[in-house]
Write a protein that binds this ligand. Structure first.
Ligand code: AMP
Length: 285
């Protein structure tokens, strides 16, 4: 596996590979790998000749009061894991490489960024789309792979790629979970053992909602109330949002019709966790 730190070197390498006829797959990450990240890399490997990952904790997507400084990092461990799953190139830029002096451009998606996480993280998605657009230009992929765990992020990226005619395909991969159901996240490392137990309420509340829908409930308010009450019955939790919305526009829906995204964000202690599922379609639990 080649480790590349410089933007121009990465761009040159990607161009060479393209000219040699290789199909390039790309997985952008902020590192501190768990199985969910590795799964995205395996999926990219199955679809492409060359897999490029990026490891970059992007300051632009963190709000002033968020966990940029505390964000967990383990570069050597991450590189070893990536090597094991057969990644070909790890792009590991410094902040200066991505945001050199004088940098002043933004890529902004207007509407789907305003819902869900956009309500409490108003600048977050501009940070995501700006860095992802840059990373696409630097790594020149034919395919980029993202996790459905960050459902809104995936939606925003798809919107950006469509709107700006970016010439690549976006693939979403189902959420990878711990054996007890907790969605894997680098931020799970912040949880103490009591909080870890409470954190299970996210996945369990999705199951509860699915059960209600299975029994015929279609009223958004009733489902939201049940989910919120269930989450609140667990210690250390604070609901940020529970949303039932259209899986493409993320606009609220009421009553439920066809496929509906149930997305939630919950603070467990100081850690903000998210999870989601699409209700109204037959999917594995
Ligand atoms: P992050 O390092 O948190 O920015 O995540 C990098 C990529 O991994 C994003 O596309 C995430 O959606 C994806 N990802 C994170 N957690 C999971 C998970 N539990 N299952 C599947 N993909 C995930």
């Amino acid at each position: 596996m080649e480790v590349i730190e410089k933007t121009d070197r990465m761009q040159q390498k990607a161009e060479e590979l393209r000219l040699a006829g290789k199909v390039l797959g790309f997985v952008p990450t902020m590192g501190f790998f768990h199985e969910g990240h590795l799964e995205l890399m395996r999926v990219a490997k199955r679809h492409c000749d060359v897999v490029i990952i990026s490891l970059f904790v992007n300051p632009m997507q963190f709000g002033p009061k968020e966990d940029l400084a505390a964000y967990p990092r383990d570069l050597e461990g991450d590189l070893a894991k990536a090597r094991q799953v057969g990644v070909d190139i790890a792009f590991v830029p410094t902040v200066d490489q991505i945001y050199p002096e004088g940098f002043e451009s933004r890529v902004s998606v207007e509407k789907v960024t305003k819902h869900l996480c956009g309500l409490s993280r108003p600048t977050h998605f501009d940070g995501v789309t700006t860095v992802v657009a840059k990373l696409f230009n630097i790594t020149k992929p034919h395919l980029a792979v993202f996790g459905q765990k960050d459902y809104q992020q995936l939606t925003v990226i798809r919107r950006m790629v469509n709107d700006l005619n970016m010439d690549l395909r976006i693939l979403g991969v189902p959420t990878h979970r711990e054996p007890d159901g907790l969605a894997m996240s680098s931020r799970n490392s912040y949880l103490n053992s009591e909080e870890r137990k409470s954190a299970l309420c996210l996945k369990k509340s999705l199951d509860l909602a699915r059960e209600m829908v299975g029994k015929g409930e279609r009223r958004s308010a009733a489902i939201k109330k049940a989910v919120e009450e269930f989450v609140r019955s667990h210690p250390y939790t604070q609901v940020d949002y529970v949303s039932l919305c259209d899986p493409v526009t993320l606009d609220d829906v009421d009553p439920l019709r066809g496929e509906t995204l149930l997305a939630l964000a919950v603070r467990v202690g100081k850690t903000r966790l998210i999870d989601n599922c699409v209700l109204g379609k037959s999917e594995k639990r």
